[in-house]
Write a protein that binds this ligand. Structure first.
Ligand code: HEC
Ligand code: HEC
Length: 484
């Protein structure tokens, strides 16, 4: 210990810092972070990298990176295969899988999900092939419910404590004295946040059928997180398949989302970022909005991916004529019902997702962002589902808004011939039927999800267009759809 001129013992600098942290820790960890004044998203020069790893500002309130990264070790029993077993796509040498951004807040890196988590998928030609990653495609392989379920269960468990967390982090990173103090303070805060998050999560998933891979309850999370609704009497099921988001320019002015509830591309993009964890408050910053605007510009003209396997063009040509006769009216630009919302009473597909977004909910969504230039005002309830463009349709299975029909071939079959149960989550392509392999329960450590069309919201009826075509016409039509 050194002594100053007045003869009083002078404390080492780090004790003063520690004292400061403890005092501020009492005031609140978050004010400490703000006091540090650092708030920097990572910046990527390339648009595709920005899509994969850039911030949409969900990381502003995100988890400390090292706590998040080591959770699967802290709670090994609850996720023995690590995050990879949930279907996330890990590229070599990256801090996170595709679909997560990292931002420096104060002294800590924080992590949050971005668009690519739900909007990118790997495709393998055979189980032995290397996966090819398609950005902006529905993440049909991603078990998002498993991901959230794991975070919250781990946060609640006894294993998630300061000693275990620090030990797990120390296995990967030399922690400075100061970092140890900061992570030590963060652990109880994170625990509290995960417990609260878990209660909110339970209020929208308990008593409802599991999402399974490739799906999420779209609007019920808003009721809890944004509107603080009492969910005890709400039995609605808003579970929907992730969508493709390429070629958005072709969708400008169309009433889209599965049920056609919004005709503004900006509102669809911004509401997505709020769904992913951004808040109206974080979106009031131009910097945060810029991250989303950049993605919007990129997906505006991003072309749908070409079918990567063989196509019989003569057959596809014959299929074009079948398509024009049977499908184009609703699915092709310039035709009468392109973009139209077809009432469920007529269409016959499962009504739950459409019913979950009612007039009350539309009214509430239109209150988000009041006073901001981007304030929402284009949400509306509908009576059915929208007729979307079919670009890149080969990569959009399982099909329909609830992903209840595994392949194009089954969609062209009468309901009795569509399978009542099949497996979701495989990324091996089924080129014969167009979709993903859906008859295998498990491969290596990866278990696929047994999807039951008997569950509420999972009905596979309806959309009976083309089911009466001859076998030859169906083959030709499927071949043509590969070219879209
Ligand atoms: C948690 C998963 C998830 C994340 C993260 C996510 N989305 Fe989506 N996205 C969905 C789902 C599910 C739908 C379909 C919603 C519905 O209608 O029920 C959708 C629909 C969309 C649509 C409408 C497409 C159409 O043709 O109607 C757009 C545009 C979109 N998302 C863009 C984005 C952008 C941009 C981001 C990042 C800012 C993002 N999404 C993040 C799950 C997600
Ligand atoms: C009367 C209008 C109409 C006709 C005709 C029509 N569709 Fe559709 N289609 C829709 C609507 C509406 C949806 C959304 C239904 C849902 O998700 O519940 C849809 C959904 C789809 C989907 C699922 C899209 C996805 O991303 O999962 C495919 C594939 C499809 N249609 C193909 C066809 C084909 C092939 C034909 C011709 C044999 C056809 N459709 C005829 C209205 C139509």
């Amino acid at each position: 210990m050194t002594t100053d001129v007045a003869g009083k013992p002078k404390r080492p600098w780090w004790l003063i810092v520690l004292g400061l942290i403890v005092v501020i820790g009492l005031v609140g960890y978050s004010s400490f972070r703000l006091a540090m004044g650092v708030n920097q998203p990572r910046v990527y020069a390339n648009d595709a990298d920005h899509f994969k790893y850039g911030s949409i500002s969900s990381d502003v309130g995100g988890l400390p990176y090292w706590i998040w990264a080591t959770l699967p070790e802290v709670c090994r029993a609850q996720l023995p295969g690590g995050y990879a077993s949930l279907g996330v796509i890990q590229e070599p040498g990256k801090m996170t899988p595709i679909g997560f951004s990292v931002r420096k807040v104060g002294l800590l890196d924080q992590v949050g999900p971005n668009c690519a988590l739900c909007h990118s998928t790997p495709v393998r030609e055979t189980p032995a092939s290397a996966p090819v990653v398609y950005l902006a495609a529905p993440a049909q392989q991603l078990d998002l419910m498993g991901y959230f379920g794991f975070l919250f269960a781990c946060g609640k468990s006894d294993s998630f404590n300061k000693a275990n967390v620090l030990a797990a982090i120390a296995r990967h990173k030399d922690l400075s004295f100061l970092e140890r103090q900061i992570y030590g303070l963060a652990v109880p805060q994170v625990k509290k946040a995960l417990i609260t998050g878990g209660e909110q999560f339970d209020s929208i998933v308990v008593g409802r059928p599991p999402w399974g891979p490739g799906r999420v309850d779209t609007f019920n999370p808003y009721k809890v997180l944004v509107f603080h609704d009492d969910m005890s009497k709400d039995k609605s099921i808003g579970t929907a398949d992730f969508m493709s988001i390429w070629n958005q320019q072709s969708r400008e002015g169309l009433w889209l989302h599965w049920d056609g509830n919004n005709d503004s591309i900006d509102e669809r993009n911004l509401s997505a970022s709020i769904g992913a964890g951004a808040t109206p408050l974080t979106l009031s910053s131009d910097l945060n909005l810029a991250g989303i605007e950049r993605i919007k510009q990129w997906i505006m003209t991003l072309p749908p991916p070409r079918y990567p396997f063989a196509i019989d063009y003569a057959k596809a040509n014959a299929g074009h004529a079948v398509y024009d006769k049977t499908c184009a009216d609703c699915h092709e630009q310039g035709w009468k019902n392109y973009g139209a919302v077809i009432p469920t009473a007529y269409l016959g597909t499962d009504p739950e997702r459409q019913k979950a977004f009612d007039a009350t909910m539309a009214g509430k969504m239109n209150t988000i962002g009041k006073g901001q230039p981007w304030a929402f005002h284009r949400f509306r309830p509908t009576e059915g589902y929208a007729s979307h463009p079919l670009d890149g349709i080969w990569l959009r299975g399982p099909y329909l808004h609830n992903g209840s029909v595994p392949t194009l071939r089954e969609l062209l079959s009468p309901v009795a011939q569509r399978r009542p149960t099949f497996y979701r989550g495989n990324d091996v392509f089924d080129a014969a039927n167009v979709g993903f392999v859906s008859d295998i329960a498990q491969q290596g450590p990866r278990r696929y999800y047994a999807f039951s069309t008997q569950d509420r919201g999972n009905g596979n009826g309806g959309h009976l267009y083309g089911v009466d075509l001859s076998a030859g016409d169906k083959d030709a039509l499927i071949e043509y759809l590969k070219t879209k």
